[in-house]
Design a protein around this ligand. Structure first.
Ligand SMILES: C[C@H](O)[C@H](O)[C@H]1CNC2=NC(N)=NC(=O)C2=N1
Length: 100
């Protein structure tokens, strides 16, 4: 099972994935993606869902029109692990994020 990242490892990892931040009041990371329209937002969710299923690591997320709010944590570990960082990195790539 994946281990929770140390505060330092987590800070460093977040530095490499633009737009992702700590969630207040919960051991999780999050990001709000805003797309051009619903079609782009749902296309992102579809592609991300396939990656998540392959990883057996699934996002908590919410879509309203062109906005997708994502929260990632590893429930089994009770916090943020490398799996969350991997999925966050994949989501940025899918959304073609190059900077925040
Ligand atoms: C049994 C199954 O592998 C686990 O419940 C997986 C499924 N997807 C998961 N997704 C996330 N985000 N965290 C988990 O701890 C988790 N655990």
């Amino acid at each position: 099972m994946a281990e929770r990242l140390t505060a330092e490892a987590r800070r460093q990892a977040l530095g490499g994935i633009p737009g992702w931040t700590d969630i207040q009041g919960r051991d999780a990371i999050g990001k709000t993606f805003v797309f051009k329209d619903f079609n782009e937002a749902f296309g992102f969710m579809t592609r991300a869902a396939l990656v998540a299923e392959k990883m057996d690591h699934h996002p908590e997320w919410r879509n309203v029109y062109k906005t997708v709010e994502v929260m990632l944590s590893t429930h089994d570990a009770g916090g943020v692990t490398r799996l969350d960082i991997e999925l966050a990195t994949a989501m940025n790539a899918i959304a073609k994020v190059t900077s925040s």
